[in-house]
Design a protein around this ligand. Structure first.
Ligand SMILES: [Zn+2]
Length: 103
């Protein structure tokens, strides 16, 4: 399969996997330095199907999609957590829950 460098930049989420060269870190450790991993363009991910790095434009899109996903996930988890806390304690740490007490 050829690396797609054409105009077909599609905004769909495509399956990625951790780069086998740097194990998803995006860099490799040399004796003294951390060197950017050229295998994955320092992204830490490669195409799951081809095992090749993504074109830079495509990479930005794919990572942005994932970032948005995570942000949404985080928001939803925070909401669930707030609801759980509210339900369990009943003591009402306040709607914002900004204060955290260890006990
Ligand atoms: Zn890599």
């Amino acid at each position: 399969m050829k690396k797609t460098a054409g105009p077909a930049l599609n905004q769909e989420k495509r399956p990625l996997k951790p780069c086998p060269h740097c194990h998803g870190a995006g860099f490799v450790q040399s004796m003294f330095y951390q060197l950017r991993c050229d295998n994955c363009e320092a992204s830490g991910v490669v195409c799951k199907e081809t095992g090749e790095s993504l074109a830079m434009d495509d990479l930005v899109i794919q990572l942005r999609i994932r970032l948005n996903d995570r942000s949404q996930q985080l928001r939803s988890l925070r909401k669930q957590l707030a609801e759980l806390r509210g339900g369990e304690s009943g003591r009402g740490y306040g709607a914002g829950g900004s204060r955290y007490h260890g006990d």
